[in-house]
Design a protein. Structure first.
Length: 395
């Protein structure tokens, strides 16, 4: 079956590319992917599968492939939302939806999985178990789609789950993996600081919210440098400081927004505790009132070591010219809502190199000029196909 599956995928390589290009031309942002979801549903029409739509808090789709023999149930997931970005690639199939772009390769994720799933449907009598194909909406915007799909109960019987991400960190043909904590968790903070406005000539009659806010921006960096274990990764970014006013008027209110990243739950809790402590200190020190919103978004992504070893062994033993190199990746600071699945279901999320040919310094995901080498799509399809076959012991 393994050889037959790979031959089928190779025969449909151009179809995978064309699907990716169609999706790239017609992107839709998170929670508004109505037409993309319909495209996916239409692909499975008249195929021997069960289809569940509108799963979770949006347009999630679960396609169930029932094997011809009893066995374990696994999940294969691809996300299909795009980003609110104005595309600058100049590609002949660039986005037709102004201000929306597939800048994170979700078009490629969906394209490879559609064709792989179709091939598995045709071979399903050989599969000793059941495969849940998870076409997930809204990965990019918290609370995301993964958590709500889990809460729907449709994946309660899953034994293990797998997913991939296309990254321009290596050329096509490279597959990366990492065991244990692999991608960062993320939290969001918003801080409103209320002081007392006044004339610039009379600061003693006012209470400057900008000064308090500036102190907070500086003080919060000490959480990373002085409160965390030096061996634990943590990042705090204040990306917005809204304090615009008039040059000679003391501002009465400012609002700040920030992004927090961490690689384990201990660090997550330590950072939140310290942020709340500093906010209380700002109130006391500057005599202002603070309104803090602190929200935990995606958790750190944890790849099950045993399952990751299965993935590694499968790919290293593939002996396939399209899979040229299998390498261990370092931990990475971006976040991914696939982490929600891995909190409940043992599995592995791994990486497919996709640096465009001839490009020395590729644009990373979420950049207006982001692009992939489309040869990476067949690598993704084959890599996941090998993992499925080896998981079920299919030769």
């Amino acid at each position: 079956m393994k050889k037959q599956l790979m031959n089928m995928l190779e025969d449909r390589k151009e179809e995978i590319i064309q699907i990716r290009r169609y999706l790239h031309e017609h992107p839709e942002v998170s929670f508004k992917e109505e037409k993309t979801a319909q495209y996916i549903v239409d692909f499975y029409k008249d195929k021997d599968v069960d289809i569940e739509t509108n799963v979770g808090n949006g347009y999630g789709i679960i396609v169930t492939i029932k094997g011809g023999k009893p066995g374990k149930t696994i999940g294969l997931r691809a996300d299909f939302d795009a980003l609110p970005i104005v595309e600058e690639t100049g590609l002949p199939f660039k986005s037709k939806n102004e201000g929306v772009m597939h800048a994170c390769a979700h078009d490629g994720h969906t394209a490879y999985l559609l064709v792989l799933a179709d091939c598995l449907i045709q071979l399903k009598d050989e599969i000793p178990g059941e495969i849940k194909v998870i076409h997930q909406h809204a990965e990019e915007v918290p609370p995301g789609g993964a958590k709500s799909i889990l809460e729907s109960g449709t994946l309660d019987r899953l034994d293990h789950i797998f997913g991939i991400h296309l990254l321009p960190t290596d050329p096509a043909g490279t597959v990366g993996y990492h065991s244990g904590f692999s991608m960062a968790g993320r939290s969001y903070l918003k801080l409103g600081i209320q002081g007392i406005g006044g004339h610039g000539s009379s600061p003693h009659l006012a209470n400057d919210a900008i000064v308090a806010g500036a102190h907070f921006v500086t003080a919060i960096q000490t959480v990373i440098s002085r409160r965390l274990n030096p061996f634990h990764m943590g990042v705090i970014t204040i990306g917005s400081f809204d304090g615009k006013g008039t040059f000679n008027v003391i501002k009465d209110r400012v609002e700040l927004e920030g992004d927090i990243r961490y690689m384990n739950l201990e660090t997550k809790e330590a950072i939140e505790d310290e942020v709340r402590r500093i906010v209380k200190g700002v109130e006391v020190e500057f005599g202002v009132k603070c309104e803090l919103t602190y929200t935990s978004d995606y958790p750190p992504l944890y790849n099950d070591p045993e399952i990751t070893e299965i993935v590694k062994a499968s790919l290293e033993g593939a002996n396939d010219p399209d899979i040229q190199k299998v390498v261990e990746y370092p931990m990475m600071s971006p976040s991914e809502d696939f982490a929600y699945y891995l909190e409940k279901i043992p599995g592995c999320f791994f990486y497919i190199g996709a640096t465009p040919k001839g490009v020395e310094k590729p644009y990373f995901n979420h950049h207006p000029k982001f692009d992939i080498d489309e040869d990476a799509l067949i690598v993704a399809a084959k890599a996941v196909g090998y993992v499925v076959c080896d998981y079920y012991g299919l030769e």
